[in-house]
Every structure is written in C-alpha cells, then in structure tokens.
Design a protein around this ligand. Structure first.
Ligand SMILES: [Zn+2]
Length: 396
C-alpha cells in the first residue's frame, strides 16, 4: 500500500523525461554520476575536506639538540626547558623524526657549504662561524640535519593526510641560513628544505605547485627569501622589526620588485604589538594568501616578537600569538583544506617560548586554552601608513 502511494506522488520516469540521454549503451547511473562530479565547486570540496580534517589529529616533532650549545649564547637548549614538560598536556601526538637526507638539503644549499660545515663540525668545533654570532659544536651538523628532518616529517604527515596539521619544534633554527652560507644562529634553512621537499614530490606523493611561507619571527627571514627569490612556486611573507642596526638589516618593502604579491616584506617599528599585527594579518596576510592560492602553508614562528624578549623590541603578547595562529589557521581552512605546518624559529625567553607554543597548540587542535596573561605594557606605534604603503606596493 505504501509503495503504491509513493508511485502516485512521483510518477515513474518523470525526471528522466526532461533529460536527453545521449549514451543509451551506458548505464544511466554513470551518466548522472558524471554530471554530479562536474558541478561540485572546488571551494565547496575544500570545505568538505576541511570538515573531515577536523576529526584528524595534530602532530609534532621535537628536536631539542641538547649538545648544540655555546657559553652565554641566547640560542641555547634552555629555550625549550619550560615547554618540554608541558608537551604531553597538549592534545597532539609526537611523531618520530629522522635526519634530512643530503639531497633534501641540497635542494636549498650549495653542496660545498654542506660538506664544509660537516668538516668544520668534525675537525674544528666548537667555534664561531659568522658574526651574528653563529656557533657550531661537534654535534651541530647532525643536529641541523635532524632539525630540518623534523620539519620535513611534519610537512609530509600533513600532505599525506596522516595529520590534520603539525608543529615542528626544532633547533637550531633556520630562516636566516642562505643557500650558500649559515648565519644568524641558523645552520640549514629548515622551512626552505621542507618547502623544496613538497615541490619535489616523491614516490606516491605528487609534487605541489604552490607553497606559501609566512614568517612572523621578530627578524627578517632573509635566508628563506634568498632561497625563493626566483621560484614562482613559493610565496614568502615576512613580518619583522626593521630599523638601522637591527639584525639582519634586510626586509624593506621594495626588495623584490620582480615578485610583487609573491615576496612580501612587512617591516615594523619597535614596539609594534597585538593591535598592529592584527591589522597586518587582516590586511596583508589575507590578500597575500588569496592571490597565491597555496596548496599548503608553512609558518616560521619565532617567539622573539614577544614584548619581553631579551634581544628584540617588538610588542606581541601571548594573546597576540594566539590571534596570529588562529588567523593563519583560518586562511589554511579557506584556501588549502587546512593544510598548515608551524615550525619554530627564534624566541629567547623560555617562558615566552612555552606560552607561545601552547598558543599554537590551542589554535591547531582547537582544544584547551592559553593560560598566559601577559599584555604588552608599552604604547604601540601607529602603523596605518606603513600598512597602506605595503598594500599599495603589492596591489593588494
Ligand atoms: Zn628571530
């Protein structure tokens, strides 16, 4: 009886009559299936994948390099000593890492630099190798390979769908290291090596065509910029303190006129803090990502932009770091199915590093909350005209 009622409500073949069916020899179900797939908008598909991703885990790698240490140097293992005991409290899974392969490092660095560093570490360390000063110990070559491997491992886990997102907590840091020289406490450029690995692809892993890197360490990511100055498949944005005498001295707005919208520098005055960074995220991060349409976003996060960092003069608080992590997470959700990897660069106060890392985990996992309450006590400068100047230069 109920079957009969259904037939009366919907006469048989009513829908089919309106469609001309050109391939009578194929099963009709296939025809409708093909039409269905062709009309799904890629943005809608992205949202479906992002929703699925919400059920996936956040992973992290931890490479503390305890033997990479030099007397009285701020880039020291103690940077991570407040964070380490807290790592198990985050809703994230630690994954093992392995050293980057020589050919992965050679995607970015001159092989002569790699073999030279290996020799110096083995035969002459400990010692200083540049004026920053950057130091090496007997273990530094292996530590630097493991740090780069920690970022590669995270990026592959996200790309392969084994993790929703990831955080590579590694040292030594990398963003100052240029293709032909180690500098600025950095030996190998970890984020550049990971980005090149994504572009190279591998067996069973198709190469990516567009990777975006956003760097909000307090210092300009000169090494990452140098690595991708002429690489159309990578976009790079750095927001950093900029003033005479401040390391490394690069990162002005007009440094890459051939790559507007793709190589973006946001130089900020001392004391720029949460309010300024929020404007930068809204008005520069967003159009940067929108214009490039990355397939994955890598975040070089340095906690030395905190107002109490001992070697810089910016003004972020932990709440500002949480805001930034949430902003870049939202961009990843909108443009690349949530595929995002955070990695540690600088940050020289161990408490700030622990609080900032907690903020990254809170944003990445969507669970827990940031306990730190450390508002910037200093007045922020007005950066309205600087932000407008940058937007105008790039046509954002
Ligand atoms: Zn820094």
């Amino acid at each position: 009886m109920s079957t009969r009622r259904l037939r009366l409500a919907c006469p048989p073949h009513a829908g089919e009559a309106a469609v001309s069916y050109p391939y009578p020899f194929l099963p009709r179900i296939l025809f409708f299936g093909t039409v269905g797939v062709s009309v799904i908008d890629t943005r809608i598909w992205g949202r479906i994948v992002a929703r699925y991703n919400r059920f996936m885990k956040t992973v992290y790698t931890f490479v503390p390099s305890p033997q990479h240490v030099y007397p009285d140097h701020p880039e020291r293992p103690a940077r991570l000593e407040v964070l380490e005991p807290k790592l198990k409290s985050f809703d994230a899974e630690r994954i093992e890492t392995k050293p980057a392969e020589r050919d992965q490092v050679a995607y970015v660095h001159d092989p002569r630099l790699v073999s030279g560093l290996e020799k110096v570490c083995r035969e002459q360390a400990p010692g200083i190798i540049d004026y920053a000063p950057t130091y090496v110990t007997r273990s530094s070559f292996g530590d630097a390979l493991l740090a780069a491997g920690g970022v590669v491992t995270c990026a592959r886990a996200v790309l392969d769908g084994d993790a929703r997102n990831a955080f590579a907590i590694v040292r030594p840091p990398g963003h100052h290291a240029e293709p032909d020289r180690a500098m600025g406490f950095c030996i190998f450029n970890n984020v550049a090596i990971a980005a090149r690995d994504l572009l190279a692809g591998a067996e069973g892993r198709p190469p990516l065509q567009r990777v975006a890197i956003i760097d909000y360490d307090a210092h300009h990511g000169n090494g990452t910029q140098a690595a991708f100055l002429n690489e159309e498949r990578v976009a790079f944005l750095s927001v950093h303190q900029y003033q005479p005498g401040f390391y490394p001295g690069t990162g002005w707005i007009e440094e890459a006129p051939h790559a507007r919208k793709r190589i973006v520098n946001v130089p900020l005055p001392a004391r720029a803090g949460d309010r300024v960074y929020e404007q930068v995220a809204d008005r520069i991060f967003h159009p940067f990502v929108k214009s490039f349409q990355p397939q994955m976003i890598l975040i070089s996060v340095g906690f030395d932009a905190h107002w109490s960092d001992p070697i810089t003069m910016l003004g972020l608080s932990t709440a500002g770091y949480l805001m930034l992590a949430r902003q870049v997470m939202a961009l990843a959700e909108d443009y690349c199915d949530g595929k995002i990897v955070f990695l540690l660069e600088g940050g020289y106060d161990p408490v700030n590093v622990a609080n900032g890392a907690e903020a990254v985990f809170v944003a990445a996992t969507g669970k827990g909350e940031s306990a730190a309450n450390d508002p910037n006590p200093n007045q922020e400068p007005d950066c309205e005209s600087r932000i407008e100047e940058i937007r105008e230069w790039h046509g954002f």
